[in-house]
Design a protein around this ligand. Structure first.
Ligand SMILES: C[C@@]1(CC(=O)O)C2=NC(=C\c3[nH]c(c(CCC(=O)O)c3CC(=O)O)Cc3[nH]c(c(CC(=O)O)c3CCC(=O)O)/C=C3\N/C(=C\2)[C@@H](CCC(=O)O)[C@]3(C)CC(=O)O)/[C@H]1CCC(=O)O
Ligand SMILES: NC(=O)c1ccc[n+]([C@@H]2O[C@H](COP(=O)([O-])OP(=O)(O)OC[C@H]3O[C@@H](n4cnc5c(N)ncnc54)[C@H](O)[C@@H]3O)[C@@H](O)[C@H]2O)c1
Length: 195
């Protein structure tokens, strides 16, 4: 059974192998979290060059085939080449160096797997099928996107502000808990009026 965690990637060094659609999806998600990403591949799809522009201080594209020297002093690795043999070598190298590696073509070789995600600011809803059906994860994600629209970002920010205020009062622990639970019965508009 998998144990879910949220990893702080800000300014951490991540190495991704592969320059296709799957590597691109992984890189985009990792770059959004503020990591420094080196991407090594024999070829890159066009979108990578836009990504390199957008995250110029955080992203470097290296046109080369896999070599183990690239796996040095890094925090996370993604093996996303189309060569099963290469992905396996990357996985082995990471094991020796005790670096966590995601292997996109082999669940068994993964030290960690990536869930499907709905982000609304600081609200993160993630879905995983433990590798059984990534398409089901994607389907459930789409359902959740409808149930939790963009407004949840502002709503959560507001709840956070109210929580800080309530925690600063000299009410009892029990009273604070009661208020923080009850405010969830109100919509953003109602809370704004109330404040
Ligand atoms: C959620 C998402 C996140 C992401 O990739 O960031 C993700 N896969 C996504 C899409 C997707 N993946 C696949 C297809 C093609 C259709 C199909 O085959 O079903 C599509 C659809 C598409 O591409 O649109 C095929 C596939 N996936 C894996 C294997 C290898 C294997 O099973 O061993 C193969 C077969 C490869 C082959 O045979 O060639 C493995 C993994 N894929 C995972 C995550 C991890 C488990 C997540 C979970 O528990 O559900 C895990 C274990 C490892 C990992 O990658 O972390 C992302 C949805 C993005 C979104 O939310 O929109
Ligand atoms: N985990 C997932 O979510 C998921 C989803 C779909 C497919 N897959 C699997 O992911 C893999 C990649 O899929 P894709 O669509 O991105 O493939 P792709 O063929 O578009 O891209 C593969 C990339 O790997 C590079 N490459 C190949 N050998 C290399 C080497 N030795 N060193 C460096 N780079 C090398 C190629 O140049 C290419 O850029 C496939 O094995 C596929 O089965 C995984």
């Amino acid at each position: 059974m998998y144990y879910p965690i949220m990893i702080e990637l800000d300014h951490k060094k991540v190495v991704v192998f592969g320059g296709g659609r799957v590597a691109y999806r992984k890189c985009e998600a990792i770059l959004k979290c503020g990591a420094k990403v080196s991407i090594i591949s024999k070829e890159f799809i066009e979108d990578f060059y836009l990504l390199e522009k957008k995250y110029s201080d955080f992203c470097i594209l290296i046109k080369d085939k896999y070599q183990q020297e690239y796996i040095h002093d890094c925090y996370l690795v993604v093996a996303a080449t189309s060569s099963n043999q290469t992905n396996q070598e990357i996985s082995q190298c990471c094991k020796q160096r005790k670096i966590l590696c995601n292997v996109v073509n082999s669940l068994e070789k993964c030290d960690y797997i990536v869930p499907s995600m709905v982000r609304r600011g600081d609200l993160l809803i993630s879905v995983s099928t433990s590798g059984k059906s990534p398409f089901l994860s994607q389907k459930i994600k789409k359902e959740l996107e409808k149930k939790y629209p963009q407004e949840y970002e502002e709503y959560l920010n507001f709840l956070g502000q109210i929580r800080n205020k309530v925690l600063q009062t000299n009410k009892t622990q029990e009273e604070k808990r009661k208020i923080l639970k009850e405010i969830l019965n109100f919509s953003l508009e109602e809370l704004k009026e109330w404040m």
